[in-house]
Design a protein around this ligand. Structure first.
Ligand code: UDP
Ligand code: MG
Length: 312
């Protein structure tokens, strides 16, 4: 791809996807060939433990339009997408999952919108096929909670499948943040945005790479990166202080005007346990911000590249 100008970059994060990669390559390639124009498929192997890297090597050897970056270990999907932002060259950039849950056939519709002048085109899931009830419920709760505490508008049911203009990519690349939560950053960037609806398909093969814990950690990053839960801590603090103030009034009243004063053990325990819980939660929240600050201050890169193919 040396020096060649590229119209479209398709960024594909890969983590243990050996069973789908060939099919993914084929379907995305068919779509991009039909679109016309110079394109690159940029596979980012996020430290896969299976044969994904080997398959990608073979793909890159036979197809000059495909390139790969391999991480030294698993750094997470956000890091893989970051690498895509750092290495892609296209005038438009498409992010798509490797598992074919986001149909590549939607890409031409995104490009159409881009040609109409939109800088960011989100793929919006109109339906979710083949995902567990747990995943659907947690996703629904997550998006709505995030929307409730976020300073910026959060689009519900919008995943990572999207097209961004090269200028937006350049902007994201120039940001000094290490813990990039790409979805939040893209919406933060502004520009003209629109959505394209599609039906999210079942995984083509393999299983989800997100354990509930990994999802929870991602949710924490999303919350503390792009919303102000710290302010939430203040509000809850104020609210509870007000409530406890009234409780103190009740206690004083009982002491002075009734003979029930010593019976208060249960309520005392309840109040004390509750407040201890809230205080620990708020401490944890502050700790989350501190941990993120520390991470940024240390300035370590968000990923380490171990191998590159067809990339300069
Ligand atoms: N992925 C990754 N690193 C990870 C986890 C996932 O690069 O640590 C990739 C994965 O290969 C896939 C995309 O991110 O291309 C979305 O992952 P997955 O399909 O498992 O998530 P789900 O669709 O279940 O939300
Ligand atoms: Mg998936």
């Amino acid at each position: 791809m040396e020096g060649r100008s590229v119209d479209y970059s398709v960024i594909i994060p890969v983590y243990n996807e050996q069973d789908v990669l060939e099919a993914t390559w084929k379907r995305v390639t068919d779509v991009m060939r039909a679109v016309g124009g110079a394109y690159e498929l940029l596979f980012v192997d996020d430290g896969s433990r299976d044969d994904s890297a080997g398959i990608l090597r073979r793909i890159c050897d036979r197809d000059p339009c495909s390139s790969m970056i391999s991480f030294s270990r698993n750094f997470g999907q956000q890091a893989a997408m970051s690498a895509g932002i750092d290495y892609s060259k296209g005038r438009a950039v498409v992010f798509i999952d490797a598992d074919l849950q986001d149909p590549p056939e939607v890409i031409p519709r995104m490009i159409e919108k881009w040609n109409e002048g939109y800088a960011i085109v989100y793929g919006k899931r109109s339906r979710r096929e083949g995902e567990s009830v747990f995943k659907k419920v947690t996703a629904a709760v997550f998006y709505r909670l995030l929307r409730a505490v976020s300073e910026r508008e959060v689009l519900v049911d919008v995943g990572d499948f999207r097209l961004i203009d090269g200028a937006v990519r350049d902007l994201l690349r120039s940001l000094p943040e290490k813990n990039r939560y790409i979805r939040g950053l893209v919406s933060w960037a502004g520009f003209r945005q629109t959505t394209v609806e599609y039906v999210r398909e079942e995984r083509f093969a393999g299983t989800t790479k997100y354990s509930p814990i990994k999802l929870f950690l991602l949710a924490i990053t999303a919350f503390t990166n792009f919303s102000k839960p710290l302010r939430l801590a203040t509000w809850i603090g104020f609210g509870l202080s007000a409530v406890s103030f009234f409780h103190i009034l009740v206690v004083i009243y009982e002491k002075l005007f009734t003979n029930r004063a010593v019976q208060g053990w249960a309520s005392l325990m309840a109040v004390s346990l509750f407040f201890n819980g809230v205080i620990l939660m708020m401490l944890g929240l502050v700790g989350e911000y501190l941990a993120q600050l520390l991470d940024e201050v240390k300035g370590r890169p968000s990923y380490v590249v171990a191998e590159k193919r067809n990339v300069d």
